[in-house]
Design a protein. Structure first.
Length: 256
């Protein structure tokens, strides 16, 4: 999107002159004759090579408008819905650990995958134990899951217990099951890919634990599960909503 707005600017001699002056570090540059609708993308293009930007305007509301407009031009990891995955594993000493990841989901048939920063204790746990469980956070477990996401296991080794969660050893893999979460996948690590300093893990689903409370006629009932998703733009947790249609049926009208 930013390139669409920037291309016409690049063709202007004035824009080129401004860029050259900024590169020379000549000091403040005044730009006039720009409409309100153009100001943000001009400012963005002129300052995109600089990590810090100070925008001075006449009131707080206008400052917020400019800040919000800037967000449309910056690359962001926005995709909806993003899950709130609770990944549980054992440390080297057998202590149950848990963390929250949003960058993950189904990888392939009977497999899940997720990307983790190398600093997480979970990374060391998975590289050693080769197993984990993954649960979906729910409305009733939101606070506990959020705590696991904001507190590092490197600093608080017993954070699972501190959150009031109960860990039980899985019968299928060498990893803990956190009893409070109604849907849990028990997995063995099958593939590890190092991406820069960080890691992408793929796990084979060995078993699925489901509380009977979230079943209707033997199937998972999303309304009963009350899973939450992560809103990366707003920094909110959102409960999954109502059904709006039937998969593989709604599009059939275009096949007639």
């Amino acid at each position: 999107m930013a390139e669409v707005f920037a291309n016409p600017l690049a063709e202007l001699a004035e824009y080129t002159d401004m860029k050259q002056d900024m590169d020379k570090g000549k000091g403040p540059i005044q730009v006039s004759g720009v409409t309100d609708s153009q100001k943000v993308h001009v400012m963005h293009e002129l300052s995109k090579e600089y990590p810090w930007r100070l925008v001075v305007t006449y009131d707080d509301n206008r400052a917020k408008e400019i800040y919000d407009d800037f967000s449309y031009f910056e690359p962001n990891t926005w995709l909806y819905p993003q899950p709130v995955l609770v990944i549980a594993s054992y440390g080297a000493d057998g202590t149950a650990d848990g963390m929250v990841a949003a960058w993950g989901g189904i990888y392939d048939t009977n497999q899940v995958g997720f990307m983790l920063d190398h600093t997480h204790k979970t990374v060391a746990n998975l590289l050693k134990k080769k197993a984990f469980t993954v649960s979906m956070a729910t409305v009733s477990t939101m606070a506990e899951a959020d705590y696991l996401g904001i507190v590092s296991g490197n600093r608080v080794p017993d954070k699972v217990a501190r959150a009031g969660l109960h860990a039980v050893k899985s019968e299928f893999v060498d990893a803990p099951v956190l009893s409070e979460f109604p849907l849990t996948l028990e997995c063995e690590v099958s593939k590890v890919t190092k991406v820069g300093e960080d890691y992408h893990f793929v796990g084979d689903i060995m078993n699925i634990l489901v509380d009977e409370d979230i079943l209707t006629k033997g199937k998972i009932d999303v309304k009963k599960l009350q899973a939450i998703t992560f809103d990366p733009a707003g920094g909110k947790y959102i409960a999954l909503g109502d059904a709006v249609g039937n998969a593989y049926r709604e599009g059939r009208k275009y096949m007639e």
